[in-house]
Design a protein around this ligand. Structure first.
Ligand code: GLY
Ligand code: MN
Ligand code: MN
Length: 444
């Protein structure tokens, strides 16, 4: 399995340090284990920013970067080796491993941090850190600062400028390297295989969680440690609940099912949605809505290229969906006016996509200087238009009510356009019907 090289982690730290002010310090904590109940923890997942800079996936750690410092620019605080704890909880790299395996210039036990960190902060002009994200960490940072302030009469110089590190770090994370794109392509490929498996195995009478199990089985068998987010498997009207995660209803003959699911691989997310008929055959109304969403999705993907702005694919979707909804009689009036009034929001209430990376809704600004961001090679985003017709919508004919369709792919901006990382999962309706009906004939 591909992974990010030790060298790439080092290059990231160097690039961050190049952007930091001279004589400054960056302090980045790891994620912590969270207790679920008694002796059980939630599955540990490293904080994405910490992982991005260190590749160190243990809890109770903290990274310090001090550009230009002679003895050590990169210091890690980590859990100390502990024979007893390692028998129960598993291997720890310890300070020696943090240096030899993870490239730290120096490393200390995390238990010694209160004695060492104020000394590292002392005399620095500026502190870069996350601010207002984790109140425990905010408090800790101020405690270290006050430790220095309490010694000003002995000549200690506390830092007096603070910057949110998110600004520098998240701009770096937004533009993916070759190694990152290769891993994201693998994550999308694995998730695509999982969606295909769900399509092949779907039959009326199954339960939503059984399709979730098909998806998660395929992803885990392919080396994914966990989903990138909780899968949405919504049959029938449940497809109209955007963040439906109960996944506990029966899949009925004649309904559609919407599956929004993606694997995480090597700390990178994929995010794919497909909507298909439970019985393998679209009804007339389902097909009309599906065709419209698909048309808008193809057009939006065509609009993803360097130089285009973030909002252009969304504008393309809004125009096509509004025109189509008028043609189908679901919206009435002049298309231009309906777009101005945002009448489409009754059926399409989210944006066309989001950045994708280590987090499913990845970091990175959508606007720069008040203007929509210009797309650049290496940026990865989703394109996910949808139409959701509420089962309670009395303004439309009954035959349309409860239909929900979303089609979502993962797209990387290239030098001259884009690549669809998730293209291995079919989406043309004839292909879906052929696969599902062929699959079912094969079973009986
Ligand atoms: N699965 C969350 C999203 O599509 O944004
Ligand atoms: Mn999704
Ligand atoms: Mn998405």
């Amino acid at each position: 399995m591909k992974s990010i090289s030790v060298n790439e982690f080092k290059e990231r730290r160097i690039r961050l340090m190049e952007q930091m002010e001279e004589g400054s310090i960056a302090i980045i904590p790891s994620a912590q284990e969270i207790i679920r109940n008694n002796d059980v923890h939630f599955g540990f997942r490293q904080n994405s920013d910490f992982q991005y800079l260190t590749g160190f996936d243990e809890p109770d750690a903290l990274a310090v970067l001090m550009p230009g410092r002679e003895q050590a620019e990169y210091v890690l605080f980590v859990r100390d080796k502990d024979k007893e704890r390692e028998i129960w909880d598993g291997y720890r790299a310890g300070p020696d491993g943090a240096v030899s395996e993870y490239g730290a210039d120096d490393a200390f036990p995390i238990d010694d941090i209160d004695d060492i960190l104020p000394g590292l902060m002392e005399g620095k002009t500026r502190v870069y850190a996350h601010m207002g994200v984790d109140s425990g960490f905010d408090h800790q940072l101020m405690t270290w600062l006050n430790q220095i302030r309490s010694k000003v009469r002995q000549g200690a110089v506390p830092p007096d400028d603070f910057s949110d590190i998110a600004h520098l770090l998240h701009d770096m994370r937004l533009k993916k390297s070759k190694q990152e794109i290769a891993i994201m392509a693998d994550a999308a490929k694995l998730s695509a295989a999982a969606h295909m498996r769900a399509m092949r195995s779907c039959k009326p009478g199954m339960w939503e969680y059984q399709l979730q199990a098909e998806i998660e089985h395929e992803c885990m068998m392919g080396g994914s440690p966990r989903p990138a987010y909780t899968a949405i498997v919504g049959g029938g009207r449940n497809a109209c609940v955007l963040h439906y995660v109960e996944n506990n209803q029966k899949l009925n003959d004649g309904d559609l099912v919407l599956i929004d699911a993606g694997a995480e691989l090597q700390y990178y997310a994929s995010d794919i949605t497909r909507t298909f008929p439970v019985n393998g055959k679209f009804s007339t109304e389902q097909r009309a809505i599906y065709d419209l969403v698909l048309k808008s999705q193809y057009a939006a993907i065509d609009a993803v290229k360097p130089g285009a702005t973030w909002i252009e694919p969304h504008n393309v979707v809004v125009r096509i969906l509004t025109e189509g909804l008028v043609e189908l009689g679901l919206l009435k009036g002049d298309v231009k006016k309906l777009i101005e009034e945002e009448a489409f929001k009754e059926f399409f209430m989210h944006k066309t996509g989001h950045w994708l990376g280590m987090d499913v809704h990845d970091v990175g600004d959508y606007k720069v200087g008040g203007e929509w961001r210009v797309l650049e090679p290496g940026m990865v985003l989703t394109i996910e238009p949808g139409i959701y017709i509420s089962p309670d919508n009395q303004d439309v004919e009954e035959k349309w009510r409860g239909i929900g369709v979303r089609i979502e792919d993962d797209v990387v901006v290239t030098k001259d356009g884009c690549n669809v990382l998730s293209e291995a999962v079919i989406k043309d309706p004839q292909d879906i019907e052929a696969l599902m009906q062929g699959g079912q004939q094969g079973l009986f």
